[in-house]
Design a protein around this ligand. Structure first.
Ligand code: ZN
Ligand code: ZN
Length: 360
């Protein structure tokens, strides 16, 4: 964890942030190792404090040995009081807050608790930007989560019949992942058959998956807090010409993106590799989401691989980023095809981490 704090302090110095209050659960875990549900970090160039309550004091001491613990207890020692004490002790005249993770109510409480001499300033994405590039232990956890996800899908596909319902498939996948050691599923599993598969984030229902129609399965195992994310489109029985047409366009788009992406490429250019192929095939209007997203302590994190808003600058891919590559085509009334792999950006290009087989 020490190297992460060092990177954060360098980024803080660059942005003239003298003290950062961290409220995001994922950022807190990333910097401190503490994964309880309640806690705040206060980081300055020379100190690292962790505020939590009695439910977590033992756990926090074990998980975050590099942090000085301060115990919040309501109503007598609430967070704003402790923060005001720490600000006085450390001589802080300003504290930057993670604007994306602080409610207006929490902001107002902090403002009331702090003395007039301490300014509360908004800050955006400092820790999230660091988290975009994974270190060795994060990549190891992601590889584990991905391998477990791949194996669970393969083992469940063998057992499916046209009578199995979407919900049953989702449960079989969840059991397979948990039995193999996943601590949780990364997100509610998507199993969508036939016309349901035209909804990119469909919820599994009681309908049988049937045969001769697309079945989109999007799933992931979580290991050490890190999320697997895998989509395969499968089909029981014989695919028709329509299915193969759509499937091969999506697969070609994904292959083109995987061959082309690498360090130094702007994220919108990565998106365009797949999008241009789908557009040229006549289905551009049916690929409504971005090509992919970063994956780590959160299932969706930076960088987003998508079209850039006019005039905005685009993040560049860097070695160590782990992103999904997941083009799709969705046709209302017929169904959809999406194929998703996670890839690690390397010095040369990218390494495909997902190994689950695809239809050929
Ligand atoms: Zn997914
Ligand atoms: Zn995804």
């Amino acid at each position: 964890m020490q190297h992460r704090l060092a990177r954060l302090r360098a980024a803080m110095a660059e942005q003239q942030v003298t003290a950062l209050l961290v409220g995001s659960a994922a950022n807190r875990r990333y910097l401190s190792g503490f994964n309880g549900s309640y806690g705040w970090l206060l980081i300055t160039p020379d100190s690292a404090l962790l505020f939590t309550d009695v439910r977590y004091t033992i756990q926090a001491a074990r998980q975050a040995p590099n942090f000085t613990l301060r115990q919040v207890s309501n109503p007598d020692r609430p967070l704003p009081t402790l923060l005001a004490e720490s600000a006085a002790e450390l001589g802080l005249s300003a504290i930057s807050c993670e604007a994306a993770h602080l409610s207006l109510a929490a902001y107002q409480q902090l403002r009331q608790g702090l003395s007039e001499g301490v300014e509360l300033k908004p800050s955006e994405g400092l820790v999230e930007t660091l988290r975009e590039t994974k270190d060795a232990s994060e990549i190891a956890s992601l590889r584990h989560a991905i391998a477990l996800t791949d194996r669970a899908l393969v083992s469940v596909i063998e057992q499916l019949t046209p009578q199995t319902t979407e919900r049953e498939v989702a449960w079989m996948l969840e059991v397979a992942m948990r039995t193999a050691g996943a601590e949780a599923v990364s997100f509610p599993i998507i199993v969508a058959a036939g016309p349901n598969s035209a909804l990119p984030h469909a919820q599994p229902g009681d309908a049988a998956i049937g045969q001769g129609r697309p079945i989109v399965i999007d799933m992931g195992a979580r290991v050490d807090g890190y999320h697997g994310d895998l989509t395969r489109t499968i089909l029981l029985g014989e695919p028709d010409a329509r299915f193969w047409e759509i499937y091969h366009i999506v697969l070609s788009a994904q292959r083109r993106a995987i061959r082309g992406i690498g360090p130094g490429m702007p994220v919108h250019a990565a998106d365009a590799l797949a999008r241009d192929l789908i557009t040229e095939a006549g289905y551009g209007a049916h690929f409504g989401h971005g090509l992919g997203h970063g994956v780590g302590l959160e299932i969706h994190e930076g960088p987003g691989l998508r079209r850039a808003a006019a005039g905005s600058s685009s993040t560049l891919l860097r070695p160590g980023m782990v992103v999904s590559v997941e083009p799709g085509i969705y046709l209302e009334g017929w169904g959809g095809v999406r194929i998703e792999d996670l890839v690690l950006i390397t010095e040369q290009g990218c390494e495909v981490l997902s190994q689950a087989p695809k239809l050929a």
